[in-house]
Ligand binder design. Structure first.
Ligand code: ADP
Length: 334
C-alpha cells in the first residue's frame, strides 16, 4: 500500500552560515495493505520528517513515495491535491479549528472536494458516530477533552474515506488511559474498514498494543524493520529489547546468561521448571516479562545458569527444538 524507496531529505541550514541538515539518508520501507506499521525512534531521528514526506507535506530531496500504486513524487500539485484525499493524517496536537464546531471541522476536508452540503453533513454524522462522538457534533473543540479532540482529528482524517491513515504521534499528548482508548479505536478502524495505518511514535507501548510491523529509525536511517513477532525472535533486536525492558541485571562473571523469547502457546510452557527438573539446572531468573503484543501472548526472560555455557549445549538445543528462541548472551571459556 505504501512503498518508500531511497528517500532522502535535507533541510537548508537554519542560519545563513550553518550546514545542511540531512534528516533522512536513504529510507526504504514497505507497508502492506491492511497492516499497522509503526516507526519508532528517539527525538531528532527523522520520524516526523519521514511521515510528512509520505503525503508530501514535505517535499523529498530525492527518492520515491508510492501510495496505492501511485508515485506521488511524480504528480503535479493539482494531481497531488486529489491523491491526498486517499491519505488521511492525524497529528499530536490535533490541529482543530477552534472557531468551528466539531461537525464543521470534520467537514473541512470534504468542502475542498466539492461535495454537496447535505452529503457533507450526512458523512460527518456517519463518521462522528464511528468514532463515538455523534452527540458532540455541535460542540466546539475547547469543550472537549484531549481524547475527544483526537477522535475528531481521526474523524476528519477519515471523512474522505482514505485507504491510508498517517499518524504523527497521535497519542503522545494523551494520558495512558486515553492513549489506550485511541489505540483501540485505531485498531478497530484497521480491522473494520481495512484501513492501512503508518504511524510514528516514541512510545513502545503503541507498537506493543497495535502494530503488526515496526521499524527503528536512527539518525535518518532505518536500522531494523519487520514483523513485530519476527523481530522478537531476531538476535540482538533493539526493538525487541525496547519492547521488553528487563533491567540491567547481568548475573555473575563466569556464569552463563541466556535470554529466551517465546510467543503464542509456548508462553504457557513452564520453562524454568523444565530446566531445573529435566536437566537439574539451578536457574536464577534475572528478569522476565510477559506481554500482549498485537494480541499474541509473548514473553522474554533473562536467566543465569551456573558455570560455563559448554555444560548447557544439550539443554539449550532441546529448548530451541521446541520452537523457543534462545540467545546466549555471555559465553565463558570452558
Ligand atoms: P523526530 O520526529 O524523530 O524528532 P525530525 O524529523 O523532527 O525528527 O527531525 C530530524 C532532523 O531534522 C533533526 O535534526 C531536526 O533538527 C531536523 N529538522 C526537522 N525539521 C527541520 C526544518 N524545518 N529545518 C531544519 N532542520 C529540520
Amino acid at each position: 500500500m505504501i512503498t518508500i524507496s531511497d528517500l532522502h531529505k535535507s533541510y537548508p541550514p537554519r542560519t545563513g552560515r550553518g550546514s545542511e541538515v540531512e534528516a533522512l539518508k536513504g529510507i526504504n520501507l514497505e507497508v502492506k495493505d491492511g497492516e499497522i506499521y509503526g516507526v519508532v525512534g528517539q527525538s531528532g531521528a527523522g520520524k516526523s520528517t519521514l511521515i510528512r514526506c509520505v503525503n508530501l507535506l514535505e517535499r523529498p530531496t530525492s527518492g520515491h513515495i508510492t501510495v496505492a500504486g501511485q508515485d506521488l513524487t511524480a504528480l503535479s500539485d493539482a494531481e497531488l491535491r486529489v491523491a491526498r484525499h486517499g491519505i488521511g493524517m492525524v497529528f499530536q496536537h490535533f490541529n482543530l479549528l477552534s472557531s468551528r464546531t466539531i461537525a464543521q471541522n470534520v467537514e473541512l476536508g470534504l468542502e475542498i472536494t466539492g461535495l454537496a452540503r447535505n452529503r457533507r453533513h450526512a458523512r460527518s454524522r456517519e463518521i462522528l458516530d464511528l468514532v463515538g462522538l455523534a452527540d458532540r457534533a455541535s460542540a466546539y473543540p475547547s469543550q472537549l477533552s484531549g481524547g475527544q479532540k483526537q477522535r475528531v482529528g481521526i474523524a476528519r482524517a477519515l471523512a474522505g474515506n482514505p485507504k491510508v491513515l498517517l499518524s504523527d504521534e497521535a497519542t503522545s499528548s494523551l494520558d495512558p488511559e486515553t492513549t489506550e482508548s485511541i489505540l483501540e479505536l485505531l485498531k478497530s478502524l484497521n480491522t473494520e474498514l481495512g484501513l492501512t495505518i503508518l504511524l510514528i511514535t516514541h512510545e513502545m507501548e503503541v507498537v506493543k498494543r497495535i502494530c503488526d510491523s515496526a521499524a527503528l529509525i536512527e539518525d535518518g536511517r532505518i536500522v531494523e524493520s519487520g514483523n513485530v513477532i519476527g523481530l522478537l525472535n531476531t538476535p540482538r533486536s533493539k526493538i525487541a529489547h525496547a519492547l521488553f525492558p528487563l533491567g540491567e541485571s547481568r548475573g555473575e562473571a563466569g556464569n552463563t546468561i541466556i535470554e529466551i523469547m517465546y510467543a503464542g502457546h509456548l508462553a504457557d510452557e513452564p520453562i524454568v521448571g523444565r530446566l531445573s527438573r529435566e536437566y537439574g539446572i539451578d536457574v536464577n531468573i534475572l528478569g522476565a516479562a510477559v506481554e500482549l503484543v498485537s494480541d499474541h501472548r509473548v514473553g522474554r526472560m533473562r536467566l543465569e545458569l551456573p558455570g560455563p555455557v559448554s555444560a548447557y549445549g544439550d539443554a539449550i538445543g532441546k529448548l530451541r527444538s521446541t520452537g523457543l528462541y534462545v540467545e546466549v548472551l555471555s559465553e565463558v571459556a570452558a
